[in-house]
Design a protein around this ligand. Structure first.
Ligand code: ZN
Length: 100
């Protein structure tokens, strides 16, 4: 019962830093929701690095390995800011109307 750890066996889900390896992410992705490996899910829930890694791989798409960086989300950020500013302006008007 010696678990010395093979080079790249199916049980090799954590790397030297204790974070999930691609094999670990694959195991999580393969497993049905709620029935994934408890170790991997517990680590993912408590590790920001692995969460970012998983989000990045999910956003980047499964096809290819190049992340999409051609369109920075500045446009959406600007629209969001304008929307928030509009809401604030409306709230200010309502407040002013109530005060007077
Ligand atoms: Zn981690």
């Amino acid at each position: 019962m010696t678990t010395s750890g093979g080079p790249a066996g199916p049980g090799r889900h954590f790397d030297a830093r204790g974070c999930l390896t691609p094999a670990g992410f694959a195991a999580l992705a393969r497993a049905p929701a709620g029935r994934g490996p408890a170790e991997l899910a517990a680590h993912l829930a408590s590790c920001a690095r692995c969460q970012e890694h998983m989000l990045a791989s999910a956003v980047g798409g499964s096809a290819g390995g190049t992340p999409r960086r051609r369109r920075p989300p500045r446009l959406w950020l600007g629209i969001g800011m304008a929307f928030v500013a509009l809401l604030l302006a409306i709230a200010a008007v309502i407040l002013a109307a109530r005060l007077h």
